[in-house]
Write a protein that binds this ligand. Structure first.
Ligand code: PLP
Length: 348
């Protein structure tokens, strides 16, 4: 096993991960995003009060509350993947499954490109989240099951007719090309962080659903020639599939339940994320709904609009840096620069 676990399924660390180097991931997503109407880099906001609380030099929050007209980062991946898919299959109806943000982004891009969108949603989705998909013009299909079940239904539906194309943000055996485009799309966020900082950060904290964003982060910060900051993953304690997999040393599917961190409510790690996370992720931590809500409230009071899925990073870094033994395992100095990826704005 690459790492070790302290406590019941809530913490994992792997000191060797920092030394791993990722093969570089090519892609022109950044240039494409900059060509889209309304593109602007999202802010990287210093929060000195949190830095003082955590005993580090600086904490900066990448604020994804307004990204290309939507309140989450997901359109970075969806836009690039939809563009690539439609280049190969012009006019196809775009099909996906979602726990909220990805489906909304795919529906928005389908409208942008003038094609239809069909979005499968799990039973636990809040009706207002489903309504926002319909407002984007998507046909919404409820699935009597969880997120993993919705993904299976979407894949079956897309495969049943050649005029449909699946744009899913998680990979499995035989479905790798589109998720790779999604991960490439997320690189824009990291390119922006690089441009906004004077030097490399010491720790980057990432919220995790299926692990595609985390895959992008690890690939970026472990690319040849990059400084190797630590990467900490934060997951809901009710859907900690990556933590469970890292602990077991193999992909493990976990049962999931409703959580306020709706965007992270996934039970199976992406097959293409898995080897990257196993090799290159320093630490992972599970956070509770209460801690994520408190973190979202704290960020809000500090002027950063953040929903529980994005604020899971603040809850996670708190749990990592204040837990006995954990801070030492991460190995941060008192003057460390910490970046929290707050991947969505305040949710209604
Ligand atoms: C707001 C938000 N943050 C983080 C994530 C996690 O991304 P991934 O599923 O790639 O791990 C999601 C996924 O939908 C999300 O909606």
């Amino acid at each position: 096993m690459a790492g070790k676990m302290i406590g019941m399924m809530s913490w994992y660390s792997s000191p060797a991960a920092r030394d791993w180097t990722s093969p570089s991931a090519p892609g022109d997503a950044y240039a494409f995003h900059r060509s889209l109407p309304g593109y602007a880099p999202t802010p990287l906001v210093p929060v000195p009060a949190i830095a003082a609380e955590l005993g580090v030099g600086q904490v900066l929050v990448k604020d994804e509350s307004s990204r290309l007209g939507l309140p989450a980062f997901k359109i970075l991946g969806a836009s690039w993947a939809c563009r690539q898919v439609l280049e190969g299959r012009p006019g196809a109806t775009l099909v996906t499954a979602t726990d909220g943000n990805h489906g909304r982004a795919v529906a928005r891009m389908a409208a942008h490109f003038g094609v239809g969108a069909t979005v499968f949603v799990p039973a636990v989705m809040l009706p207002q989240a489903a309504a926002r998909l319909a407002e984007e013009g998507a046909q919404v299909v409820w699935v009597d099951g969880d997120y993993d079940a919705a993904v299976r239904r979407a894949a079956e539906f897309a495969g049943a007719w050649p005029g449909r194309a699946l744009v899913q943000d998680t990979a499995w055996d035989g479905y790798e090309e589109v998720p790779a485009w999604i991960v490439q799309g997320y690189q824009t966020l990291l390119e922006e962080v690089d441009a906004q900082l004077d030097g490399p950060p010491d720790l980057v904290v990432v919220p995790v659903g299926v692990g595609s964003l985390a895959e992008g982060v690890v690939r970026h910060y472990r690319r040849p020639g990059a400084a190797h900051p630590r990467v900490l993953l934060a997951e809901p304690d009710t859907a900690a599939c990556v933590l469970a997999s890292l602990t077991a040393g193999r992909p493990v599917t976990v049962p999931t339940a409703a959580t306020v961190m709706a965007g992270l409510n996934c039970g199976t790690v992406s097959a293409s994320a898995w080897p990257v996370l196993r090799a290159g992720c320093d630490a992972a931590v599970a956070v509770s709904d209460d801690d994520a809500l408190r973190a979202a409230g704290d960020l809000g009071r500090l002027g950063v609009s953040s929903g529980p899925s994005g604020a899971a990073t603040l809850a996670g870094v708190r749990a990592a840096l204040t837990g006995p033994g954990r801070r030492a395992a991460i190995g941060l100095d008192d003057d460390a620069v910490v970046v929290l990826l707050s991947t969505e704005g305040h949710t209604r």
